[in-house]
Write a protein that binds this ligand. Sequence first.
Ligand code: ATP
Length: 235
Amino acid sequence: MTANNEIKIKARHLVFSYGDNRVLQDISLDVHEGAITAVTGPSGQGKSTLLTLFNRLWEDIPGARMQGSVHIRLGGADQDIYHPSCSLPDLRRKVGMVFQIPNPLPMSIYKNVAFPLKMAGISNEAQIKDAVETALKQAFLWDEVKDRLREDARRLSGGQQQRLCIARALVVEPEVLLLDEPTSSLDGKATAIIEALIVSLKQACTIVMVSHDTAQVERVADRWVELKKGILVLA
Ligand SMILES: Nc1ncnc2c1ncn2[C@@H]1O[C@H](COP(=O)(O)OP(=O)(O)OP(=O)(O)O)[C@@H](O)[C@H]1O
C-alpha cells in the first residue's frame, strides 16, 4: 500500500474529558491511507488520549466522555466506529495499537505473537506458525529470534520486546496501526531499527504515531499535526 488521497480515518468535532478535565476541544482530523501521520505536542496535551479514540480503548475508563464522530474505512467500507453495529473485537483487530513501554505477555516469544490469533478463534497450528513467522519478519525480528521461539519473551532486549509487540499487532493484519511513542523507552540503535521498521510498514497499513521527538517525526512521518491545549494545529 502506498500513500494516496483516500481518507482512512475521518474524525470530526472530537471533544473528550476525563471527569471534569477536558482534554480535547473540537478536534477534526483526516488520516490518509497508506501514510504515516504523526501527532506531536507538549506533554499532557492529549496525544495518547486521541489515539485511544480511534480504537475505543478509552471506553472502560470511569468518568471518561466523548462527543463527535470517528469513521474508519475498513474492509473497503466506511464504518462509524461508535455506531452500535460496530463490533469491538473486529475493530480492535483491524486497528492495532502498540504502547510506549513494551508489554510482552509472560509467555514464550512464539506464544506472544500467536496470542491474538488464538483470541480470534484460529486453531490451525500450521496457519498460526506461518502467520507468526510472517509477522516476526515484518517486524524485523525473525532473524534474531527464529532459534529461540520457545524462550520467555521477557528475556528479549527492550528494542526486541518492542518489535515483538509490533509483530503481535501485525499478526492479525490490521489496516491501521496506532503507535504511542514506540521508541521513547529505547536507545538510539534500537530506535533507528524501529524507525526503519515503521517506514516499511506503510506497505501494509496506515499508521498514526505519537512522538515527542520532532527529529524523528521529520525522518519518518508523511504528515504531521500538533496538539496544543487540546486543539490541533497543522504543523
Ligand atoms: N486514564 C486517565 N484518567 C484520568 N486522566 C487521564 C487519564 N489518562 C490521561 N489523563 C489526563 O489527560 C491529559 C492528557 O493525557 P495524555 O496522556 O493523553 O497526554 P499526552 O499528550 O499523550 O502526554 P505525554 O506526552 O506526557 O504522554 C493529562 O492531563 C492526563 O493527566
